[in-house]
Design a protein around this ligand. Sequence first.
Ligand SMILES: NC(=O)c1ccc[n+]([C@@H]2O[C@H](COP(=O)([O-])OP(=O)(O)OC[C@H]3O[C@@H](n4cnc5c(N)ncnc54)[C@H](OP(=O)(O)O)[C@@H]3O)[C@@H](O)[C@H]2O)c1
Length: 345
Amino acid sequence: MKNTQVLLARRPAGVPRENDFRVVEDDVRALASGEFLVENLYLSLDAGFRNWMNEESGDDVLPAMPLDRPVMGLTLGRVCQSRHPDYAEGALLMARLAWEEYSISDGSDFIVRLESDGRYPLHYHLGVLGDTGMSAYFGLHDIGRPQPGETVLVSAAGGAVGSIAGQIARIHGARAVGLVGSAEKCARLCRDLGYDEAIDRSAPDVAERIAAACPEGVHVYFDSVGGPLLEQVLVHIAEGAGIPFGGAAPAYNAPVPLPGPSNLFALVLKSARLEGFMTHRNVDRYPEARSALSGWLDDGRLRSVEYIHEGVAQAGVGFCHLFEGRNFGKSVVRVRDDDASPARR
Ligand SMILES: NC(=O)c1ccc[n+]([C@@H]2O[C@H](COP(=O)([O-])OP(=O)(O)OC[C@H]3O[C@@H](n4cnc5c(N)ncnc54)[C@H](OP(=O)(O)O)[C@@H]3O)[C@@H](O)[C@H]2O)c1
């Protein structure tokens, strides 16, 4: 069986480029005892994985990605061959595997078993009902804790996490204000995702725009960016503000560590909380989050917007789009239709 794969050809210098990745075709090897083969249906493109493309990036979450190997990423797929007692053919899995058509696992990877009753498109399990929807849920519920009438400001608001976070804020009766990279995205944020206001983060007067959009201060800042933008927001935080800090996209591309905000003392003055979080550490609570998110999908208060690339070979291109601000909503690659999957038949 042939396996189209996307390899990390070289470590990106700064913003990732298309030729940092190389598409190859390999043969799927025979399974050893205790292994199973996953036929990937969708790949999730996540800005956070840029971090582990750096040479020095290995940590207790993930190792640094090796060169000339398939790029590590979250995938949604079905077991299509198995020599493992716990993973039967046909099982639907969300897993941390790789950008390739077929992945072999021995079960030691990060794997979440899924049941799909066909109510939602399968790729929702990588987005609104997957890691990114869960990030919005846990960040807001556990850390931000917005109250009715409060203002929730969201950075990278048009991305996978931000597109859900603003909607959840509104479900809780809060006002949602989003920061995005262009005027066009500002319009989409309000029109397609129901944000109350949107701010172009590239505008020279972004600090004034934040102040105008949040006249009573920022009660919750859902931050996926950090750095200078966080510094600007800290000027406007309200008393007792909560700041779920989930990512730092600009830092992943920086050759040297970026300076932090110079005004962290604002947290002291406002008795505010800034708290980092890693969604996968809440894996035991995924059913709770999935139940809340699917309930909101069902009653029409939450919608999912996707940015879909066709074919595994497009994974590198789609990944670059995340850092060029070209994506809107959850970025996924459709590898193949589930109905065409031999494991399904
Ligand atoms: N902690 C966790 O468990 C967890 C889980 C999932 C994701 N995350 C993190 O959350 C963040 C967002 O992830 P995502 O999947 O929602 O994003 P995404 O869909 O991958 O999109 C990333 C967004 O970041 C914005 N961006 C890119 N470069 C930027 C820059 N230099 N400054 C400011 N914004 C920039 C872009 O939007 P604009 O150009 O429109 O601003 C882009 O749409 C990432 O940092 C990721 O690592 C964390």
